[in-house]
Design a protein around this ligand. Structure first.
Ligand code: GLN
Length: 478
């Protein structure tokens, strides 16, 4: 990908030594955003606050202080992160007007390292979707073809990176929302081990699979950002310690000798676009040429992952969305006669179709009489999937496959058919349900549209996953 941005570590180094200014970096980002408004990747900029922070950073550096590992590096956050400087809407009408009272932990960490948030990216409202068409701000367009979707739900973040607005963007990933748009739009999308990055200050979708997603041009940058934002957070009890070895790729791998990689058969079925399959097979050969042993592996229960996901995730969503009742945040019907009417009207008008669909599915599978048949059974199958995946990692070090069965589809082609839309997640939900880290890297194009290779590894092996992905990206795109 051609980019006008230097590698992230170099930007920070040059800002710190005074050969670049944070103000110029912010201006460059805002200018590129302005030049690409037609893609609708951005909901709102945080221009004023960004310029102020840039000035402060430039001043600090002039006074001889180092401004941090990300000094002056501009970034964009998906609009489900609480960030100062603009409203936080999660792309839903029900949150219009809501201003964050505090910032997400990962945003605080980025700021502490000197990074500057310049804008909030578009998404499927609350993260519900795989195309960014479920946004109350209108769809984002694919940077390679304006008639196609960028993927979702972090489609705005992926498009922002590919349109070169910023060197990296934050997304979230509950069932593939950073990986699938990376595949459709042509950038790197990484979902860490569940708990490696704090969820505090991120609008909850499904708490047992929600993670931060990091989107960038290359794995080296993504690893560098990971170094700055991972680790335990007292505000999120599910967080884990980061790897004491860190995540930066300071000694890139030279080959993959001695590494065993499983190509997941369940992700290479006849339902997958033959051209996508060919691409993935080609990349498998390239990994073999690097010295890896690539063998087909079967994880039979993965074929149940999508069904399990679309029971458990709506159940968690229905609980998480109950806090938006027109009384505490965002939109509230100003003319309601009483509290009941206020609840009803605020939620009826504020939530979009997909949120309502998921609230209904979620409350249904949790209701007495159906709980045993759906929710409980899905939990049992989730455990079976987790056990099978762990067992597979006893015989291979990594798993690979496509990130989605097709390349980006036409805008509007799946919006009337939720089941069709849910199928776009079939290859990403497995890693979410099992909590393992997964990364998507660009693996060439089919008819001009990007294809992504997904690489997965055991829980907490993020460092080696990033190292392998870095070498794979270099080899595949050389
Ligand atoms: N597309 C999936 C869904 O709609 C994943 C969303 C996500 O990861 N936020 O649930």
């Amino acid at each position: 990908m051609n980019s006008k941005w230097l590698p992230i570590n170099e930007i920070a180094e040059k800002v710190n030594n005074g050969s670049l200014s944070a103000t110029d970096m912010v201006d460059q980002a805002l200018k590129t955003i302005e030049q690409n408004t037609e893609y609708n990747a951005i909901i709102v900029t945080t221009a004023d606050r960004a310029r102020e922070r840039a000035l402060q950073i430039d001043k600090l550096i002039k006074s001889g202080t180092n401004a941090g590992m990300l000094a002056g590096v501009p970034f964009i956050a998906k609009d489900n992160f609480l960030v100062f400087g603009a409203e936080t809407t999660a792309a839903s009408n029900i949150l219009k007007g809501f201003k964050a009272p505090y910032q997400a932990t990962v945003i605080e960490k980025l700021e502490a390292a000197g990074a500057i948030c310049v804008a909030k990216a578009n998404l499927d409202a609350f993260g519900h979707g795989g195309s960014t068409e479920n946004s109350d701000f209108g769809p984002t367009l694919n940077p390679h073809d304006k008639h196609k979707v960028p993927g979702g739900s972090s489609g705005g973040s992926a498009a922002a990176v590919v349109l070169d607005m910023v060197p990296f963007a934050l997304g979230t990933d509950t069932g593939g929302s950073s990986r699938q748009p990376a595949s459709f739009s042509g950038c790197v999308g990484y979902k860490p081990t569940y708990g490696l990055m704090s969820r505090s200050g991120i609008i909850a979708m499904a708490s047992s699979t929600d993670t931060v997603g990091v989107l960038g041009r290359d794995v080296t940058d993504v690893a560098y950002v990971t170094e700055c934002i991972s680790g335990k957070d007292p505000l999120d009890s599910t967080t884990i310690e980061s790897d004491p070895a860190g995540y930066m790729i300071d000694k890139p791998l030279k080959d993959l000798k001695g590494i065993k990689i499983g190509l997941v058969s369940e992700y290479m079925t006849d339902g997958v676009d033959p051209d996508v399959k060919n691409k993935i097979e080609e990349t498998a050969k390239q990994l073999t040429a690097l010295g890896a042993e690539v063998i087909p592996v079967s994880i039979p229960s993965l074929s149940l992952a999508l069904a399990v996901y679309y029971i458990l995730v709506p159940a968690e969503i229905s609980s998480n969305l109950s806090r938006y009742d027109g009384q505490r945040f965002g939109y509230s019907d100003p003319n309601a006669k009483d509290l009941d009417e206020s609840y009803t009207n605020s939620r009826t008008r504020g939530f979009g179709k997909e949120a309502k669909r998921r609230i209904m599915i979620g409350t249904h599978v949790l209701s007495s009489g159906y709980y045993e048949a759906y929710y409980k059974k899905a939990q049992l199958v989730r455990t079976k999937i987790i056990n099978e995946v762990h067992k597979t990692f006893q015989s291979v070090d990594y798993l690979i496959g496509p990130a989605a069965p097709t390349t980006a589809f036409e805008l509007g082609s799946s919006t009337q058919d939720p089941l069709q839309m849910y199928l776009a997640d079939i290859m990403t939900v497995g890693a979410s349900l099992t909590g393992i880290p997964a990364i998507v890297i660009p693996a060439g194009t089919v008819s001009g549209m990007p294809v992504g290779l997904q690489i997965m590894s055991p829980q907490k092996s993020d460092k080696s996953l990033l190292e392998v992905a870095q070498l794979a990206q270099k080899e595949i795109n050389k």
